[in-house]
Design a protein around this ligand. Structure first.
Ligand SMILES: Nc1ncnc2c1ncn2[C@@H]1O[C@H](COP(=O)(O)OP(=O)(O)OP(=O)(O)O)[C@@H](O)[C@H]1O
Length: 287
């Protein structure tokens, strides 16, 4: 459904993406994670046809989206701070979206308005940051576009609203499978929602794997320093913390029976590292 092959893109002389490749054939929910400035938004703009790659191929549904109305009619791209007209209220934005998106689901839009307690008569310029994110999310989800791209949809939303967002996304995707690509800094919260994860780092795709495979990785081992060092056998841990004669290390290994038995035979405790901490360390390591 989407293909990015050897794509390079820069703003003037400043490279934002360097020779990146990935593809997705299934209508899955894909998360894009990366540190600030990693290139997530740039990648989304290329997929939405807002920019043209300097080098390489970007395709959605087999078509290059830049300057291609037939291709972009299958795409709904909700930018982080979507530029709505300053005179519109919520109802205007939904009405215009309903004309624009061929598969628009008005019932869903109305349900989501209630879920997020958005007043249709309210001017968009008067919405809080979280309320504006909610509106963008409502449009993104109700568009039912075959390729839906949501840049930081939970930006500014509190934990309860983020939970509602994830629930709505899951339900809507189950009923109408489509490719939903979303960027996030809250990877812990959406890991049960998405099927695969793309990690962008230093202008490149560092990982593209199923979320289950990535979640397996990252293990904390803790215990006496000498015992930890014995198990490390010279390998470099992702993170180290020391307390007196004890040591705790994060290893880039799977949390499986083999490692649980190894830890136990060395007299060490073992626990799964949080995905967010694992990814932070992986992107630290890759610098
Ligand atoms: N309009 C622009 N002009 C010049 N440089 C830009 C522009 N937009 C982005 N960049 C640069 O391109 C790089 C990638 O930016 P991008 O916005 O794609 O990152 P991001 O991963 O979405 O970041 P964040 O998580 O902070 O939103 C950064 O170095 C950024 O400074």
């Amino acid at each position: 459904m989407i293909r990015v092959e050897n794509v390079t893109y820069g703003y003037g002389n400043a490279l934002a993406l360097k020779d990146i490749s990935f593809s997705e054939k299934e209508p899955e929910i894909i998360a894009i994670w990366g540190r600030n400035g990693a290139g997530k938004t740039t990648l989304m703009k290329l997929l939405a046809g807002h920019e043209r790659p300097d080098k390489g191929i970007v395709e959605i549904l087999g078509m290059a989206p830049y300057n291609h109305p037939e291709a972009v009619q299958h795409v709904c791209y909700m930018q982080e701070d979507h530029p709505f007209s300053s005179i519109w209220n919520v109802r205007d934005a939904l009405r215009i979206a309903s004309y624009y998106y061929a598969n628009w689901d008005e019932d869903l839009a109305q349900r989501l308005l209630k879920t997020f307690q958005l007043n249709e008569r309210k001017r968009i310029s008067k919405l809080s940051k979280g309320m504006k994110s909610a509106l963008q999310f409502i449009i993104g989800l109700s568009s039912h576009a075959e390729i839906t791209i949501l840049d930081e949809p939970s930006n500014g939303l509190d934990a309860s609203m983020r939970k509602k967002m994830n629930q709505s996304l899951r339900e809507s995707h189950e009923m109408h499978p489509r490719l939903i690509l979303l960027s996030t800094h809250h990877i812990e919260e959406i890991q049960t929602l998405c099927e695969s994860l793309i990690v962008i780092h230093d202008k490149k795709v560092l990982m593209q794997e199923s979320i289950d495979d990535i979640r397996e990785h990252g293990v904390w081992l803790a215990g006496e320093k000498v015992k930890v060092e014995r198990i490390l056998k010279g390998q470099k841990p992702l993170e180290v913390s020391r307390l007196g004669s004890n040591m705790k290390v994060m290893m880039d290994v799977p949390y499986n029976d083999e490692w649980r038995e190894l830890a136990s035979s060395h007299g060490l405790s073992i626990e799964k590292a949080k995905l967010q901490d694992y990814l932070l360390n992986k992107t630290e390591e890759a610098v």
